[in-house]
Design a protein around this ligand. Structure first.
Ligand code: HEM
Length: 135
C-alpha cells in the first residue's frame, strides 16, 4: 500500500536550505546596491540611509521562507499591498525592482531549482504589488 503524505512538510525549511540569515543578508544587500543607484526607485525611500528598509525586507523574506518570525513580531501582519499604497508602483517601478532583484539573486549563485523557486515567488509578488498604471 502506498502512503499519501499529509500534514506540514518536514525537513529543513527553504530558509535553511538557502543558507539561512547570511544568504538573505547577501541578497538584500545586493538588491539595495541597485536601488541606491536607481533614479526612479531611490527617491521613493524616505530615509537618508537605506538601512532600516533593508532590515525590513530581509526580515520579511526570512519569515516568508520559514525562518524566524521577527518581521511579524516587529511589524505585525505584513499587509504588503497596503504598505505599498503610498508609493507609485507602476510597471516601470516593478521592472526596475525586479531587475535589481535579478542581479542580486544571480550573485547568490544558487542551484537551479532553488534559484527558480525564489525567483518565481519574487516575480509573482512584484507583479501583485503594482497599484497604478499611471506614470
Ligand atoms: C514592485 C516594485 C516594488 C517597489 C517599487 C517597492 C517599493 C517599496 C518602498 C518604497 C518601500 C518603503 C521602504 C521602507 O520603509 O521599508 C517598500 C517597503 C517594503 N517592501 Fe516593497 N516594493 C516593491 C515590491 C516589493 C515586493 C515584491 C516585496 C516582497 C516580496 C516587497 C516587500 C517590502 C517590504 C517587506 C517592505 C517593508 C514593509 C514594512 O514593514 O513597512 N516589496 N517597498
Amino acid at each position: 500500500m502506498t502512503t499519501i503524505p499529509v500534514g506540514p512538510p518536514s525537513g529543513p525549511s527553504f530558509f535553511e536550505q538557502l543558507g539561512g540569515h547570511e544568504t538573505f543578508v547577501r541578497l538584500v544587500d545586493a538588491f539595495y546596491r541597485g536601488v541606491a543607484g536607481d533614479p526612479v526607485l531611490r527617491p521613493m525611500y524616505p530615509e537618508e540611509d537605506l538601512g532600516p528598509a533593508k532590515e525590513r525586507l530581509t526580515l520579511f523574506l526570512e519569515q516568508y521562507w520559514g525562518g524566524p518570525t521577527t518581521y511579524s513580531q516587529q511589524r505585525g501582519h505584513p499587509r504588503l499591498r497596503m504598505r505599498h499604497n503610498p508609493f507609485t508602483v507602476n510597471p516601470d517601478a516593478r521592472d526596475r525592482w525586479l531587475a535589481h532583484m535579478r542581479v542580486a539573486v544571480d550573485e547568490l549563485g544558487l542551484p537551479p531549482l532553488q534559484d527558480e523557486t525564489l525567483w518565481n515567488y519574487l516575480e509573482r509578488a512584484a507583479f501583485a504589488m503594482v497599484n497604478t498604471f499611471e506614470e
